[in-house]
Every structure is written in C-alpha cells, then in structure tokens.
Design a protein around this ligand. Structure first.
Ligand code: ATP
Ligand code: MG
Length: 427
C-alpha cells in the first residue's frame, strides 16, 4: 500500500514513522523499528576501511560521526578515518542525508516499495542556508523529501488527536538540545528559540554521574585514569547513570552499580536528589520558554506540548506552566508529526480527518487533576472547526527525476568526500 515517511534525525537517535495513503484507517502514523534503541537507530555513522558507513554502530571515535544532525550549516566538516592524509572530510548535511537515505531504504525494503514522499524534521533554527544544504545533499542521494521544523511537526502530531484553536506551545527537551516554540493554528512557527547551550538529557546524565563521584569520593577519584580498565569502568558507569536517570522517571529511587577494582558497589539515588540536581536547569529552560511565549505576541498559548525523551522526567512536566500535554512516548511526537506532514503534502489539506481524542496525558492547572490519562474536554464550538492548514513552513524539494537506489547509491559512501572527488577527477 502506498505510504509516506517521516524521519527525525536526533543527536542520539534517529526515528522513522509511516502513514498509509490507502486503506480503511485514518492514516495514523506508525513508528517503524530500525533495530536500535527505543525502536529507532543510534544517529551514528561509522566509516569502514572500504569507504562505506555502518549505521547505528558506533566504534572508534575517530571513525565514527555523531551529532551531525545539529551541525548542519557548520563550515567545519567532520573528519573521519586514518590520520595520515587519507581522512574523509564529511559535511554534516551529507552525513544527515546519508542517514535519511539509509532509513528510507530500510523502510522501502520492508514495505516492498519506496515511500511516496519523505518529510525530514529539522531544528527550528535552520534558515534558508542550512535547509538549502540539506536539500542539495538529499537530492544527491536520490531522496524525494520536504523539510518541516520540529515544533511544527510536533503540532501536526498533536492536531491529529486533539484540536487546538489558539496557539500551541512546544517545549522540547531531547538528549542535547532544548527548544521553546509557539506554533500558530495555521501551523506557522510564530516564535522559537532552540539550541544546545541549555542543559538537556546528557547534562542530566552528568548530574547523576556527579552524584556517584560525590558519594564514592576517593574510591573513584584515585583510580588510574590511564588504565584501560578505568576507561572501561567510566564508560559503563556513564551508561548506567543514563539508565538510572530513566528509571527515576517512573520510580522514586534506584541505584547505580559501580564496578570498582576492589569489588562492585551500588550507589543509591532518589528522585528527590536527582530533581534537586537538575532543578536549576529545568527552571532556566522554563524561563526561556516563558520568554518565547511572551515574545510571540499571541497573548499566551492555549496549551503546551512536551516533546523529546527528557520531558519524561516528572519534574519537567510539573514545571512547565499552563495546560500541558505529554504523550506516552514524547520522543516520538516529532517523527510522527513529520509523517503526518508528508501525508498532508501528498493528499492535500481537504482530505484531513477530524481529530480524535487519544491517549495523551493532559495536565490541567488544577493540582487535583494532574496527569489524568485522556479526557480533555473540548468545551466550545470553536474547537470543532479544524484549523486552516496552509503549507506554511514546509519546504518542498525541487526534485530531480526519480532514480533507483542502485543507480544512485551502491553503498552508503560519503558523497562529498575524498573518494567522490577522486572519481570525479577520473582518478
Ligand atoms: N524515561 C526517561 N526519563 C528521562 N530521560 C529519558 C527517558 N527516556 C529517554 N530519556 C532521555 O531522552 C534523551 C533522548 O531523547 P530524544 O530521543 O528526544 O533525543 P534526540 O532527538 O536524539 O536528541 P536532540 O533532540 O537533543 O537532538 C536522552 O537523553 C535520554 O536519556
Ligand atoms: Mg530530537
């Protein structure tokens, strides 16, 4: 059955969702498993000795590209491979495009046909330059795509299940980036601030790590940093700190295992301790969000959608003012919205289904009503009219004629790197 594809290349995780274009359903976005964490795939490309890339399998940091999705527009390329003159210089947009190509190929293999259209969600701060770079890079790997800002995708996803008559706040907290945006009822980005300077998920991991350091004191501080076993211990400890942080979103206490040479120890941590550690960061993010809402000139927002894995932290949801909507898996809101935006682009706004009320969690200002599941009333007639849906803020790609995967990309190879230039030169 024909389908469209949404892709979200996050700093740590890339996710895909499809919407079917035929059949009986309403075209609900469906997440596509990519074989990695949380159903997606790690946003890493490891260059191999034969010049291809392994997706989602980080290896030697000198050969593995990470974080490129948020470096698009950066003039400094990501240098991968051997030191002595043989390194590949990979522009971030080309790595992003290759990853999107890989995702599209995975999904096409599963679905038995390529997607009718692809929408890539992008950081809201991208201007014409960054978008142009990605357009060109996508075109060079044969991907037929449009671009949508992440908060607009989040609004698309929200509007699929719930109407909104005014403006929507989007509070986004992922692994590395924080974003605060206001999206109008016509899906236009009214105001936005986005960046990696604000604390996000990895900084919260660091906070847990700091707690372990403080708790163990000299037992950890006196380990020989040059000993490979110490490096292994710290790598594992970092992963365990991240896991403990996630556990604390659902439990009030947990412990972090530390595999000291003298024997394993467990360091306990409570949710209250964790919240104390991250509270200043969360308060700062909330104050940025409030400034963005005030600067939007919309007289506030009707409600605020929380997106990104770090909004699962209860303190975050409790700190955002006003009416708050948190999906069960907020790290998937953007990719589902990208798939919905692709569907809208293909079938047109007139064929849009009426929103249904689904299983999002809604927090009202009444403290007694905190986090009831579902059940947000739609009180007046205003809500019944679906918002107007001009194709604002979705940048269509001026597409080349469609080509087959085999002719365009025989393997995942760096398109702008040394090998491509060599072959252009006939070398
Ligand atoms: N249950 C949870 N509680 C707290 N944090 C969580 C939970 N689940 C995931 N996270 C955190 O969410 C972050 C990943 O979120 P997400 O997938 O939205 O990020 P991303 O899109 O890869 O990155 P970014 O949007 O910052 O570029 C990680 O820091 C992860 O530790
Ligand atoms: Mg993200």
């Amino acid at each position: 059955m024909p389908y469209v594809l949404g892709v979200d290349v996050g700093t740590t995780r890339t996710a895909a969702a499809v919407c079917r274009l035929g059949g009986a359903g309403r075209g609900e976005p469906e997440l596509v498993g990519l074989g990695g964490p949380g159903g997606g795939v790690a946003s890493t490309l490891q260059l191999t000795a034969d010049g291809a890339f392994l997706v989602g399998e980080p290896g030697d940091p000198r050969w593995t590209a990470t974080g490129f999705g948020r470096r698009v527009g950066d003039v400094v390329p990501i240098v991968l491979g051997p030191d002595a003159g043989g390194a590949e210089h990979c522009p971030p947009e080309e790595l992003t495009a290759l990853l999107v190509r890989w995702v599209a190929d995975q999904v096409a293999a599963r679905e038995g046909e390529p997607p009718a259209h692809v929408v890539l969600a992008h950081p809201p701060g991208w201007g014409a330059h960054a978008k142009g770079l990605v357009h060109r890079a996508l075109r060079s790997v044969g991907v037929e795509a449009s671009l949508v800002p992440e908060p607009v995708a989040a609004a698309e996803n929200h509007a699929f299940s719930r109407s909104f008559a005014g403006s929507l706040g989007v509070f986004s907290l992922g692994s590395h980036a924080f974003g605060a945006s206001v999206v109008g009822r016509g899906f236009e980005l009214v105001n936005t601030v986005e960046g990696v300077d604000q604390a996000a998920g990895v900084d919260f991991d660091d906070a847990v790590f700091g707690h372990v350091r403080t708790s163990l004191g000299r037992a950890l501080a006196e380990l020989d940093a040059d000993d490979p076993r110490t490096r292994g211990l710290f790598g594992r400890l970092r992963r365990d700190c991240e896991a403990a942080k996630r556990v604390l979103s659902g439990a009030v206490e947990t412990s972090i295992p530390v595999h000291l040479p003298s024997g394993p120890v467990d360091v306990p941590i409570t949710r209250a301790q964790f919240e104390d550690l991250i509270r200043p960061d969360v308060e700062q993010a909330v104050s940025v969000f409030e400034r963005v809402v005030a600067g939007a000139g919309t007289g506030g927002v009707e409600m605020t959608v929380l997106v990104g894995g770090s909004t699962r932290i209860p303190l975050v949801a409790a700190s955002v003012p006003g009416r708050v909507v948190l999906e069960a898996a907020p790290e998937t809101s953007v990719v589902k919205g990208a798939a919905l935006a692709a569907r809208r682009l293909v079938i047109g706004p007139d064929a849009e289904p009426e929103p249904i009320e689904t299983s999002v969690m809604v927090r009202d200002d009444d403290p007694l009503l905190r986090f009831p599941v579902g059940g947000m009333e739609v009180p007046d007639a205003e809500f019944t009219a679906p918002p107007p849906r001009p194709p604002v803020d979705i940048t269509p790609l001026d597409l080349p004629e469609r080509r087959t995967v085999k002719r365009v990309v025989r393997g995942l190879v760096p398109t702008g790197g040394r090998r491509a230039r060599d072959s252009e030169d006939g070398r």
